[in-house]
Design a protein around this ligand. Structure first.
Ligand code: S3P
Length: 431
């Protein structure tokens, strides 16, 4: 399918976001190994989180979804059942990497795989620490999925993360629940801490000292009632859209504002976006608030701060849409230290550069990022999404600010993180 999109003259209204994807995965997995029943409200409707629920069901977990509420009957820390068939993580790196940590603590053999994109993403980063802990893991050549995991009682380890990855950190912390002693993970670059927050909420014991996070083994986790905040990474598309389309004003209620994720807000505020945070609260340790964003004329007239260094890990999912913002900024934009983008759902550096060039933007591709001079204008074009949800949504935003019609190929891939994105977008475009 191909979706035609025309430039917008203004955007207005309220955007209802899906529940946060990262938090939904973690709540579901911890609920599955807790005692008792958990109810998770506003659970992400995304296809990725559905993959997590399906994997858990294949492991004997009773998980029911009614509307946006998911009810999970926990099976206890060591209570998952051997799956009768291959576990399918779909497109979801978070599912395969985090669940591997839990599977490593169970004495049966499981095989976990994913779609074509996931089957080409690096798993050595979780295989190595899990092997150090004593799990038996095999992969396809070059440490690619499927993973065959046979676990059991693990050894507690002290592990310095070689990549800034919340997925790897979380995998080791979850495996640490099955250790014979505590497990500590060091992250030199801080990444999203949803696993740490959720583990504590379910009753796990965690100590954080400097860059080290240490988890105690063998806790009795307790089922809980939880409410997932709105997905800030989904909000990013609308925040940038309102910055690019004159006379826009959007309200995004109940957005997750976790300290490690709100780097996006801090960046956009530094860039000069007019965003107000209202009604800030926190539920189960996760801050949230309503975001009101208004178009401000000066924004695109000033240089955007470069995206580089430690900041990258906490902006990693938002870089595609920030690159679109950069393409229209008078000072251009430079992105460096973002090698990790090459191993996401697609090679996102290449996908961004190819599609920006198709839209008439002069952009230099670098191994770890890109660089664009300022003073350019997006032109309507054909967008090849590479089946990558964030590329599809980022270039939908580009289309609103472009001259002429843009055609998004395979737009349905947005469902991986944001089912309803196209309707939400249509609803705020002023006719
Ligand atoms: C995620 C962490 C990030 C992010 C992904 C979700 C998570 O991946 O890109 O979309 O939920 O932990 P890495 O931690 O591997 O960079």
């Amino acid at each position: 399918m191909t979706l035609p999109l025309n430039p917008a003259t203004s955007l207005s209204g309220t955007v209802l976001l899906p529940g946060d994807k990262s938090i939904s995965h973690r709540y579901a997995m911890l609920a599955a190994i807790a005692e008792g029943t958990s109810t998770i409200e506003y659970f992400a409707a995304s296809r990725d989180c559905h993959s997590t629920l399906e994997c858990l069901q294949s492991l004997g977990v009773e998980a029911r979804q009614r509307g946006q509420t998911v009810t999970i009957k926990g099976r206890g820390l060591r209570g998952l059942k051997a799956p009768a068939h291959v576990l399918d993580a779909g497109n979801s790196g978070t599912t395969i990497r985090l669940l591997s940590g839990i599977l490593a603590g169970h004495p049966f053999e499981s095989l976990i795989t994913g779609d074509e994109s996931l089957s080409n993403r690096p798993m050595g980063r979780v295989i190595r620490p899990l092997q150090m802990m004593g799990a038996d893991i095999e992969s396809r050549e070059r440490e690619l999925p499927p993973l065959r995991i046979r676990g059991g009682s693990l050894k507690g380890i002290r592990y310095s993360l070689p990549v800034a990855s919340a997925q790897v950190k979380s995998c080791v912390l979850f495996a640490g629940l099955y250790g014979d002693a505590s497990t500590a993970v060091e992250e030199t670059i801080p990444t999203r801490d949803h696993s740490e927050i959720a583990l504590r909420e379910f009753g796990g014991t965690l100590r954080i000292q400097g860059n080290w996070i240490e988890v105690d083994p063998g806790p009795t986790l307790q089922g809980r009632h939880l409410v997932v905040p709105g997905d800030l990474s989904g909000a990013a598309f609308f925040l940038v859209a309102a910055a690019l389309v004159p006379n826009s004003e959007l309200l995004l209620p109940g957005v997750g504002l976790n300290g490690r994720r709100r780097e996006l807000l801090d960046y956009l505020l530094r860039a000069g976006l007019n965003i107000k945070v209202e009604n800030e609260t926190a539920i189960a340790g996760e801050p949230r608030g309503d975001l009101r964003v208004r178009y401000s004329q000066e924004l695109l007239q000033r240089p955007l701060p470069p995206i580089q260094g430690e900041q990258v890990a906490n902006l990693i999912d938002e870089i595609p849409v920030l690159a679109v913002l950069g393409a229209q900024a008078s000072g251009g934009l430079t992105i460096s230290d973002a090698h990790e983008l090459r191993v996401k759902e697609s090679d996102r550096i290449s996908a961004i550069v190819t599609n920006l060039r198709a839209m008439g933007i002069e952009v230099e591709e670098k191994a770890d990022g890109l660089s664009m001079p300022g003073g350019q204008q997006l032109q309507g074009a054909d967008i090849v999404t590479r089946n990558d949800h964030r590329i599809a949504m980022a270039f939908a935003v580009a289309a609103l600010a472009a001259r002429g019609e843009t055609r998004i190929h395979n737009p349905e891939c947005a469902d991986v993180s944001f089912p309803g994105f196209w309707t939400a977008l249509r609803n705020v475009i002023a006719m």
